[in-house]
Write a protein that binds this ligand. Structure first.
Ligand SMILES: C[S@@+](CC[C@H](N)C(=O)[O-])C[C@H]1O[C@@H](n2cnc3c(N)ncnc32)[C@H](O)[C@@H]1O
Length: 258
């Protein structure tokens, strides 16, 4: 039995929508961006809040040695189920651990990883810095930190596109907090603040991307048969100003000193 997080009430809805177009866009973009920063040769990766394992499994398929850590038994079960259909060598490269990200030093001791991922987790923390500080203890010198956070610079955009004008208006008066599509109150990060936090922790921000810039207001339905063009448009928007500033999520890649 693992600990619970503020995300837990949204687990069912999250898993129901995992194969829908918005999730497909999110996971594919994050994967492309991550791949561009990771070495081609296999490295050790820790995915904190790995959830259903969308990134962890892709990385294991690519040959990396992956440890997935999550606070939710249900999410780890979903990951195990997805992993079951993978070839044996992929299954062997992914180890799943139950526990909270704050317990990383207790769980892994002095062990370090070449890359630590923290995707879709910091919005459930009152302040991103304490958890990030703990996770940094597990990053090898010159290692990579990948974070995916809700964009707090354009929080009114999604509710406005969905016609929820009360929530859009509130986003201007209370720019850090919002209710996400899972129905959970969560926290958003402004790009400047996240840069400052990462710099303050000694990281160099190597790159940042917008994720779900053009597709965030799409209904939760199956992706179109040919999603290639959608993904390519999203990828361009996520790397281009001013579009990427309007994305639902920011993906930042940081690096520790050598
Ligand atoms: C929104 S899901 C994201 C899953 C995956 N990282 C992704 O991007 O597809 C958030 C996940 O983080 C986990 N989580 C939230 N807070 C956590 C914490 N403090 N420690 C470990 N896992 C946490 C939740 O259980 C859930 O599986």
């Amino acid at each position: 039995m693992t600990t619970s997080s503020a995300f837990e009430p949204g687990t069912g809805r999250w898993l129901t929508n995992i194969d829908k177009v918005r999730q497909v866009v999110r996971q594919e973009l994050v994967s492309r961006q991550l791949t561009a920063h990771l070495p081609a040769a296999p490295v050790d990766v820790l995915d904190v809040g790995c959830g259903q394992g969308s990134q962890a499994i892709r990385l294991a398929r690519a040959g990396h040695r992956v440890t997935g850590l999550d606070a939710s038994d249900r999410m780890l079960d979903a990951c195990r189920e997805a992993l079951w259909t993978e070839p044996a060598e992929v299954r062997e490269r992914l180890t799943l651990v139950g526990g909270d990200g704050h317990a990383v030093p207790d769980l892994f001791g002095d062990r370090t990883f070449d890359a630590v991922l923290c995707h879709g987790v910091l919005m459930y923390q009152p302040d991103p810095a304490p958890l990030l500080r703990i996770l940094l203890t597990a990053v090898a010198p010159g290692g990579l930190v990948s974070v995916l956070v809700r964009n707090g610079d354009a929080l009114a955009f999604r509710p406005a596109l969905l016609g929820n004008w009360r929530q859009a208006y509130d986003a201007f008066t209370s720019p850090a907090m919002y209710v996400n599509r899972l129905g959970i109150e969560a926290r958003a990060d402004r790009l400047g603040d996240m840069h400052a936090t990462l710099h303050g922790l000694g990281l160099t921000v190597e790159a940042w991307y917008g994720v779900r810039t053009l597709t965030d207001a799409l209904p939760d339905e199956a992706p179109p048969a040919d999603i290639t063009l959608v993904l390519d448009c999203e990828e361009r928007a996520g790397r281009t100003d001013p579009y990427r500033h309007m994305a639902a999520l920011y993906h930042l890649i940081g690096r520790t000193a050598r």
